[in-house]
Design a protein around this ligand. Structure first.
Ligand code: OFO
Length: 171
């Protein structure tokens, strides 16, 4: 495998694992706030990030490359409000999108067509990831963080996370 592309893919594994860890920490925060629907949604999302990391892990091995895992920093463990947590999640997703785009640019510059093709799944996935987090932010802004609507949104997100799990099993 091209060395530069390999190094960038290993860095991307770390970034996906950071997302996994950050969202798991957000899930724990929501549990502590008795928002079990938010927690289930975030925990499901964190599991998706682990899957994103493992897809790259498997791809590197398929190309006979060497996976090198790096340390994960301690995630933030409390937020001022559910809205702040979701805003942080969106910033994280935007950083991941930028990183994936840079990886595509690198794969193209190095004429690594297979990696370019492999990464297109992530390019599409990021559009959806940013959209679902943003949708939650818009709802939180409308209902206000601690208004009565929070209970309804908690229920909606909890039910939604169940559906996503079923969809994920189909995938
Ligand atoms: Fe939500 O970021 Fe992975 O790819």
């Amino acid at each position: 495998m091209n060395e530069k592309v390999l190094a960038a893919l290993n860095k991307q594994i770390n970034m996906e694992m950071r997302a996994y860890y950050t969202y798991l920490s957000m899930a724990a925060y929501f549990e502590s706030e008795a928002l079990s629907g938010f927690a289930a949604w975030m925990q499901h999302h964190s599991g998706e990030e682990m899957m994103h990391a493992m897809k790259i892990y498997d791809y590197i091995h398929e190309r006979r490359g060497r996976v090198v895992l790096d340390a994960l920093p301690s995630p933030q463990n409390t937020w001022e409000s559910p809205l702040r947590a979701f805003e942080d999640a969106l910033h994280h997703e935007q950083a991941v999108t930028a990183s994936i785009n840079a990886l595509v640019d690198l794969a193209r510059a190095e004429r690594d067509h297979a990696t370019d093709h492999f990464l297109q799944w992530y390019v599409n996935e990021q559009v959806e990831e940013e959209a679902v987090v943003d949708a939650a932010i818009q709802k939180l802004k409308r209902i206000g963080d601690f208004g009565p609507g929070l209970y309804l949104l908690d229920r909606e997100l909890g039910e939604g996370s169940g559906e996503s799990e079923a969809e994920a099993e189909v995938d």
